[in-house]
Design a protein around this ligand. Structure first.
Ligand code: MN
Length: 581
């Protein structure tokens, strides 16, 4: 009796399973529109009538071998002139891209040591590529490089997300190309019905991804030998590691693949104005070993992340519009909430760098500024004061939008403070008003102030004099650092030709960038034995140094001075020699 009951139960279970499966199949076919082979064939033949001719003509114009090994490529005659013209409109030589093979072969740019490592990852990647009005051949070259440089068993799928492009080739022709030229590969194309911007488009891509690891690539990249293996292997080791490859440069005019050499590379930093910057590797890191290197931030276009970790740690701030700021938001969040961000030097991907954005952004809003205000309010605690010196109009401005969800996320994940991040992850970041001798406006004769004379980010120029602004703005915000630098963020004052004073990249070795601020108000430059002066300097012009003497032109008054730390007398010659070593 007991046995019989058991058998009947088993039978029921089997019947239930069959019914359940049948229902599931019906639903799957109905709602997910499973395309039957004949349906696809019909679509292909319909599209072929329209696009096969165009595509064959395009393919016939490709010049074999052009741009091979990443060598600079050049066109001749009419194409050359057209190519140069396209650079002005698209910031890219579109004619050259169209003539260059889509599967061109690049040389292996890695450090030879990388070839000694063997990787055996079990994880599979979903490569997600977002595009908006990108040149078709550039998108296709990105796809082909991923296919050709990735072992089949590591590639779950390539997901293309079209952020509602308006250019014709990215529509039917791309569909047709995928269905014919790429039919042997698992490529999914998601079309967005309205323009959603980079951040929301990437989220759409991530939502449909099924691989263990998400790899985001810009739509103008070329992967190189074994680019994916070290990324997957590292994530297998540590699910909380978010990784960036070395990003090499593909020149927009010649498509030359250029690197900083096999050993040299930089990692990500940021400026207080809220921009991403490249910085040298932190001293204690061992870059020769070619292992993963800690990176305070990432550029954002190219990175790999465990798929579950991506969602657990808060994916993206969905209320960020358009483009910009999302990379710093993600960088700070990853570090502050228990993850890590690393550059993997044995993974290298080329990226086309353009001089300008060839297309506009929705509503022409300053999305970078607004997005950055969102992230500084959520993640930077009191340090947001520096950002708002650059962008005073964004402070407490409703245009930033509601931050409730992101602040809740920070609480839920029990994320650490921004001060923790600065102390532990980015200790070399210069904080304008911490651990300094003096900071703020430096006034001379009451009305004139030290001024950067609109020095752009990343450029050098004279340290100047200008009428003091009524409020402390960034252009007049200077510090005397604990190392004796007279500086603005990453720029330090140094003396040229024993006379003029230039703002240039801080080198951290004192010498020509070493200054002392004395209680008598002079700013003294030991290596020339001279003092900073405004004598014979007009407002708007660069400052000078001259022999130190009792002169009102040499007296400077900082807004904030650490009186106990600054020196009340001149240095002895021994002390000077000590600092000049
Ligand atoms: Mn890019």
């Amino acid at each position: 009796m007991l046995m019989k009951c058991g058998r009947i139960k088993k039978l029921y279970i089997r019947i239930l399973v069959v019914i359940f499966f049948a229902i599931w199949l019906i639903f799957y076919l109905k709602f997910f529109k499973l395309k039957l082979p004949t349906e696809i064939e019909e679509k292909v033949s319909r599209l072929a009538a329209k696009y096969e001719g165009t595509l064959e003509e395009y393919e016939s114009k490709i010049i074999p071998g052009l741009g091979d090994d990443g060598e600079p490529a050049f066109l001749e005659g009419e194409d050359q002139a057209k190519g140069d013209e396209s650079l002005k409109t698209f910031a890219l030589n579109t004619v050259l891209s169209d003539r260059m093979p889509l599967n061109r072969k690049l040389r292996d740019p890695r450090n030879p040591r990388c070839k000694e490592f063997s990787y055996n990852p079990k994880l599979k990647a979903s490569v997600i590529i977002i595009f908006y009005n990108e040149l078709l051949s550039v998108v296709l070259r990105t796809i082909w490089s991923v296919i050709l440089q990735t072992p089949n068993h590591l590639l779950q799928e390539i997901i293309l997300v079209d952020d509602c492009s308006t250019t014709e080739p990215l529509k039917g022709l791309l569909d047709y190309y995928i269905l014919t030229r790429l039919k042997n590969y698992n490529i999914r194309l998601v079309r967005l019905s309205s323009r959603m911007g980079l951040i929301r488009a990437r989220l759409q891509g991530a939502r449909v991804a099924t691989g263990d690891v998400l790899v985001f690539l810009d739509s103008h990249c070329e992967a190189t030998t074994q680019w994916l293996e070290p990324l997957l292997a590292r994530i297998e080791e540590d699910k909380t590691a978010v990784l960036v490859p070395i990003i090499d440069v593909i020149e927009a005019n010649t498509f030359a693949y250029s690197t900083n050499g096999e050993t040299n590379f930089q990692v990500g930093g940021f400026s207080w104005s809220g921009h991403f910057t490249w910085i040298d590797i932190q001293k204690e890191e061992d870059k020769e070993s070619m292992g993963p290197v800690r990176s305070p931030t990432m550029a954002g276009g190219l990175f790999a992340i465990d798929r579950n970790f991506f969602w657990d740690i808060g994916s993206y701030d969905e209320q960020m519009d358009g483009w910009g700021g999302e990379n710093l938001e993600m960088s700070f969040r990853i570090w502050q909430c228990g993850g890590k961000l690393e550059t993997v030097p044995c993974s290298r991907v080329g990226h086309v760098f353009r001089d300008f954005h060839p297309y506009s952004f929705p509503d022409n809003k300053d999305t970078h500024g607004i997005n950055t205000a969102r992230l500084v309010d959520v993640w930077m605690d009191d340090y947001k004061r520096f950002f708002y010196m650059f962008e005073p109009l964004l402070e407490n401005n409703p245009v930033i939008g509601d931050l409730t969800h992101r602040k809740q996320l920070r609480q839920k994940l029990r994320c650490k403070s921004f001060k923790w991040y600065l102390d532990n992850i980015y200790p070399e970041k210069f904080i304008l008003d911490e651990n300094v001798f003096a900071y703020g406006q430096a006034r001379n004769r009451k009305e004139y102030c030290l001024d950067d004379l609109q020095l752009g980010e990343g450029k050098m120029g004279p340290l100047g004099l200008y009428v003091c602004h009524p409020n402390l703005a960034m252009s007049q915000y200077f510090s005397i650092s604990s190392k004796g630098e007279l500086r603005k963020e990453n720029f330090c004052a140094e003396v040229h030709n024993e006379r003029t004073v230039q703002l240039t990249e801080c080198h951290g070795h004192k010498k020509n960038q070493y200054w002392r601020y004395f209680t008598n108000g002079t700013i003294y430059h030991p290596s020339t034995n001279k003092c900073l002066t405004t004598f014979e300097v007009e407002p708007g012009k660069g400052l000078l140094v001259e022999k130190c003497k009792k002169s009102r032109y040499q007296l400077w008054e900082f807004t904030y001075v650490n009186h106990t730390a600054i020196l009340d007398k001149k240095l002895s010659s021994n002390e000077i020699n000590e600092y000049l070593k």
